[in-house]
Write a protein of this length. Structure first.
Length: 357
């Protein structure tokens, strides 16, 4: 069913420019009827035309009258959660917290998975134009929108809250909830140092991620403070996956001066690391100690149980949802946008021991 669209309504939002559907049509080079179809029945429009209309909407900040009314009423009762991977055990735990808080507040959740890739302007444009969410929870530090689209959304006052990671510069004005990843990585590395390890390697995630950079910085800072050398080849990319960590571990174990301990920037990579060490005929922690990050539900049942940095995943999810609700209820310009830093903890199990002689 096609909804009614008004060409102009200066009362929709006093702070927004008076952009009509006619202007959008002119920029896109299509008819007003085509713009209406793109918004209400996008499956009936060719992809090329739909992309042109979406881009014109994003450039102008145009909101259909039905969307503006729903924002003014304050409720579509739908929240979009953008996350890197649905299958990641850590984000599964975060989602438990988000869902619990959303249920309490009367919201439903719509999930958009990026698979660790940034979303294109066209993809996020289609989501925002057609799905009419009350707000967005962004569980990543890399903006999937781009500065241009964030600017358009700012004019439409769509509330956005960031969870789990430190915020990149283009998201710096948004509220967030996360741990101190630099301090947590230092704690992990310092624990290995306290056990007597000097030859400590690291398997990191993705170079584009601020989370990866923070954890690598914490590792390097702890090593520097202890006057320990980081040898060439001792920092390897694991791509936040078991398979990537297995390859990285093979590279680390192939060094002439093999490390006695490996710090992995998440638990999935630590699990891959454990497997590859054993496949090489070595033992954990007898030959190589391993420490992870996140304390996912599998960490305590690995062989041996994994020493790791624990994040309060469900608490992060609850906090980020409550914060988004306040932003929706009180208005985007209200409240404190400073990051909420939640505590992490070192979880000691059996995958770390003193280095063998």
């Amino acid at each position: 069913m096609t909804g009614r669209l008004n060409d102009t309504d200066p009362q929709e939002d006093d702070d927004l420019p008076d952009v009509s559907i006619k202007v959008v049509a002119e920029i896109a080079g299509v008819s007003i009827a085509t713009v209406s179809r793109c918004i209400n029945n996008p499956e009936k429009v060719s992809e090329q035309t739909r992309l042109k209309v979406q881009q014109a909407i994003l450039e102008t900040g145009y909101s259909p009258n039905t969307l503006a009314q729903s924002f003014r009423r304050g409720r579509t009762n739908l929240i979009m959660v953008v996350l890197p991977s649905i299958g990641d055990p850590f984000f599964t735990a975060v989602m438990h917290g988000i869902r619990a808080a959303a249920k309490e507040k009367g919201y439903s959740i719509l999930i958009e998975e990026t698979q660790h890739n940034t979303m294109t302007a066209d993809e996020i444009g289609a989501l925002l134009v057609s799905r009419q969410t009350d707000g967005i929870i962004l569980l990543a530090s890399m903006s999937p929108f781009g500065t241009k689209i964030l600017s358009a959304q700012s004019r439409r006052r769509l509330p956005i809250v960031v969870g789990c990671e430190k915020i990149s510069s283009d998201l710096a004005d948004l509220p967030s909830v996360h741990i101190d990843n630099v301090a947590a990585a230092k704690d992990a590395t310092n624990y290995l140092i306290a056990q007597g390890h000097e030859r400590i390697a690291m398997i990191y995630g993705q170079e584009s991620s601020l989370l990866t950079r923070d954890r690598e910085f914490g590792y390097r800072d702890a090593m520097k403070t202890a006057n320990l050398e980081i040898r060439d080849g001792w920092v390897a990319a694991g791509q936040l996956s078991i398979s990537g960590a297995r390859q990285a571990t093979r590279e680390l174990l192939g060094n002439t001066d093999r490390p006695t301990a490996i710090f992995c920037a998440n638990d999935e990579m630590a699990i891959g690391c454990l497997h590859e060490i054993k496949a090489a005929g070595l033992t954990v922690p007898g030959d190589v100690s391993v420490i992870g990050f996140d304390d996912i539900r599998y960490a305590e049942v690995t062989d041996p149980p994994l020493t790791t940095i624990g994040q309060p995943a469900e608490e992060i999810g609850e906090r980020v949802m409550y914060r988004l609700c306040r932003r929706i209820e009180e208005g985007r310009g209200s409240g404190n946008n400073q990051a909420q830093i939640v505590p992490h903890k070192l979880v000691i199990r059996q995958s770390v021991a003193k280095p063998s002689s």
